[in-house]
Design a binder for this molecule. Structure first.
Ligand SMILES: *Cc1c(COP(=O)(O)O)cnc(C)c1O
Length: 391
């Protein structure tokens, strides 16, 4: 396995063959100078990298204790870190001669990022989405269609993300020679978790360089939220070898760890197989994969990337959890104190930081990866707080 006893390629034969082709192509291009330059050029000229490292002084002042910095992935084109990965995989697909990108999406964030890059590179795009999610996320559906993508509504089973994954895989299996399956987080069979991490590790590399220039030191803590784990592994990866840097991944505790309504895979999960990989998984009493819950659609996943499972097993990263209520409090506070409306996902990492910094000495430095902006979440937060917005 790629990550200690985690990872692998647990797949039916036909899909395995296609994944092996992706693996071959990734090995061929990952160190190719032209490929790397094309990826870096898009990050700079299209995404707007490097993203800023901003000191949140009013928030540090409010809590007392350590200094706090935000890594501003929310300022990227399309408003989150997801674009870094999608550009990398789409460029690989092009190098492989593929014409079409296939992906699934839950709330629509990964679908929109994929549709964006398909438009940018002149590729076809097909996004599979459960019918329940299509109804809930009509704005994102229309956005994807505006960008030129075809959105396939999936009517099987519970009509949500799990069925959308199955549907996307069937579509891929029917067009293996011309299409590329683009995964949105550091999950799935090898090589996807490695590849996605490599396309996201720029986040941590930039944090290191920016902090070195500003403060001539390493951070004491780097904190990021964990759904599938791509923004977290991106922020952590360059610091894994720096033993003094404490790394904390923050999962969704939903309505509470004592309820069944959470997505705290690392805190309460067990080892199992999901989506082609061996990793920590949340299972119910019958050993089936649990239905998970979080107020944040991006953290609502019953598995986690296999590299995180390894980092947990080896105690290099600590995993904590934050409830809906704590995340909403951090969402509101950050908006009011910094003029930055964070994604609800990112607000989980912020909420943990806000518990931590008052306990630390004033010369310590905590960096929170602000994985995305919260414009998409305004309506939902309003509803949570008991307000109804009229269109
Ligand atoms: C999708 C998303 C996440 C969760 O995905 P990871 O792969 O765990 O990073 C977190 N934050 C934002 C803003 C997202 O859009």
């Amino acid at each position: 396995m790629e990550f200690g006893s985690f990872g692998g390629q647990f797949l039916p034969d036909q899909i395995l063959k296609a994944v092996k082709k992706v693996e071959e192509a990734y090995l061929k291009y990952k160190d190719d100078a032209d490929f790397k330059q094309a990826y870096l050029d898009y990050l700079k000229d299209y995404v707007g990298r490097p993203s800023l490292l901003y000191e949140a002084k009013r928030t540090s002042g409010y809590f007392g204790g350590a200094r706090l910095f935000f890594k501003r992935e929310d300022l990227n084109h399309t408003g989150a870190h997801k674009i870094n990965n999608v550009i990398g995989q789409a460029l690989l697909a092009k190098r492989m001669g593929m014409k079409k990108l296939i992906a699934e999406t839950g709330a629509g964030q990964h679908g929109v990022a994929t549709a964006t890059v398909a438009a940018l590179l002149g590729m076809e795009c097909e996004i599979h989405m459960g019918y329940v999610d299509v109804l809930k996320q009509s704005l994102n559906v229309y956005r994807m269609e505006m960008l030129g993508a075809k959105v396939v509504a999936v009517h099987e089973g519970l009509k949500t993300l799990k069925e959308a994954v199955d549907s996307a895989l069937v579509a891929w299996a029917n067009e293996l020679d011309t299409s590329f399956y683009l995964i949105g987080s550091a999950v799935g069979p090898h090589p996807y978790p490695t590849m996605v991490r490599d396309f996201q590790k720029v986040i941590g590399e930039e944090i290191k360089t920016q902090l070195k220039i500003a403060e001539q030191c390493l951070p004491d803590y780097v904190i990021a939220c964990v759904g599938g784990g791509s923004n977290a592994i991106g922020a952590f990866y360059d610091f894994i070898k720096d033993e003094s840097v404490k790394l904390i991944g923050v999962e969704a505790a939903g309505l509470g760890l004592e309820t069944k309504k959470h997505a705290a895979t690392m805190t309460l999960g067990e080892v199992g197989v999901i989506h082609g990989m061996k990793t920590y998984v949340l299972k119910d009493e019958d050993g089936e994969i649990s239905e998970v819950y979080s107020i944040s659609a991006g953290l609502d996943y019953p598995g986690v990337g296999p590299e995180h499972s390894h980092l947990k097993a080896t105690n290099r990263v600590r995993y904590e959890s934050i409830t809906d209520q704590e995340a909403i409090d951090a969402f509101m506070l950050t908006s009011k104190l910094e003029g930055i409306i964070p994604a609800i996902e990112s607000a989980h990492a912020l909420a943990y930081a806000y518990k931590l910094i008052p306990t630390l000495p004033k010369d310590q430095i905590v960096v929170v990866n602000l994985s995305g902006r919260g414009d998409k979440d305004v309506k939902q937060v309003a509803r949570y707080l008991g307000h109804t917005l009229v269109d």
